[in-house]
Design a protein around this ligand. Structure first.
Ligand code: PLP
Length: 348
């Protein structure tokens, strides 16, 4: 699993990292407003969390054009991915997706007995929706799409995505993993909440782990039909798995649009700097819309990874079709300068 790998790659004698660029985290931390809410909420720690969900669901439903009953909160989005894996793999069948995508849900679904069919990406490293649609056979139980995609950082244009959902969702649920959607400018985001409002079986998952910096605090949610959410809930501990501290911090962070804009702007700047520096070194970076980027390297992946780590720069490597790639998360500008300098040394 990609998610597990992000931690499994850490050598036990890890040198102190100068740049932690292997897990697509937010290097700017949580919003000061979220921190304040979190500390205050510590005094409520003796009570089960209950009414407080309504506040956040109300805010989300207004933004997304859905009802609060279309929303289910969760400790991060991974739990929702795991629930969907269990639910849609039950009794076998196929899950249709793309190659070069986030495989956490897919690996779990395979363990539960599903067959995974992964359609190759287009030459621009995008989801090939036309071919995915053509492969919709009666045994397909769910289509899994990650947009913006991890690890390529690419997107499907919103209009194409919407048309795809309108055509496919009446036949089979479309699961849209939108973990990185907040890195798109608001006007450029697909607005698939409206399909949910129309009654389509589209499931959107979101996380606070990225733009909100909550990877360690754990908060996420699904948007979908109430009966779909009810089905997924069978495989989780329910919303009680979210702590009051995280929830109250999440409410503050969700409303703190300035902080989200700040993090997005910094991400865009540091990403552009890194892509340009790599291009000048003759490396072709796949244009990224997220807080990480992927590019082909010319070294053995493990050798490259170990050399980067030993110089305090944590990154990830992947291999697709025998071609090694580096996936580097976007850190602070200082971290990206350190990454580029170290990269130059390592590749000679
Ligand atoms: N989906 C994608 C595409 C991801 O890259 C990740 C984590 O990196 C997740 C889901 C799960 O993140 P979390 O459980 O922190 O919400």
């Amino acid at each position: 699993s990609v998610f597990i790998n992000e931690f499994a790659i850490l050598p036990p004698d890890l040198p102190k990292l100068r740049a932690r660029l292997f897990a697509n985290e937010n290097p700017h931390g949580i919003a000061p407003s979220a921190r304040e809410a979190l500390v205050k909420a510590a005094d409520l720690g003796n009570r089960y969390v209950w009414m407080e969900f309504a506040q956040l669901k109300q805010a989300i439903s207004e933004n997304e054009g859905v009802k609060p009953s279309n929303i289910m909160m969760s400790p991060g989005s991974s739990d929702l991915l795991m629930a969907a894996a269990a639910h849609y793999a039950k009794g076998g069948g196929t899950i249709l997706t793309s190659a070069m995508t986030y495989d956490d849900l897919l690996e779990r679904a395979e363990k539960f007995g599903a067959k995974i069919v992964s359609i190759p990406m287009t030459k621009n490293y995008q989801y090939d929706l036309a071919t995915i649609k053509a492969k919709l056979t009666p045994d397909v139980k769910m289509v899994y799409i990650v947009n913006p995609n991890n690890p390529t950082g690419t997107i499907v244009p919103p209009a194409e995505l919407e048309a795809f959902c309108r055509e496919v969702a009446p036949k089979v649920p479309v699961f849209m993993d939108e973990a990185y959607i907040d890195f798109l400018e608001p006007a450029d985001r697909p607005k698939l909440g409206k399909l949910v409002a129309e009654g389509q079986n589209v499931i959107l998952t979101r996380t606070f782990s990225k733009i909100h910096g909550f990877a360690g605090l754990r908060l996420g949610y699904a948007i979908g039909q109430p009966e779909t959410l009810k089905a997924l809930r069978q495989y989780t501990n329910g919303e009680f798995a979210v702590s009051i501290t995280t929830l109250m911090a999440g409410i503050a962070s969700y409303k703190d649009v300035d902080w989200q804009n700040h993090c997005r702007t910094e991400n865009t700047k540091a990403r552009a700097y890194t892509a340009k520096a790599l291009a000048e070194l003759g490396y072709e970076v796949i244009p990224s819309y997220a807080n990480f980027m992927l590019f082909p390297i010319r070294m053995k992946p493990k050798t490259f990874e170990n050399q980067m780590f030993s110089q305090g720069i944590g990154i990830q490597t992947r291999e697709f079709g025998g071609q090694p790639f580096c996936r580097v998360s976007v850190g602070t500008m200082d971290e990206m300068v350190a990454f580029v300098e170290t990269f130059k040394k390592v590749v000679g």
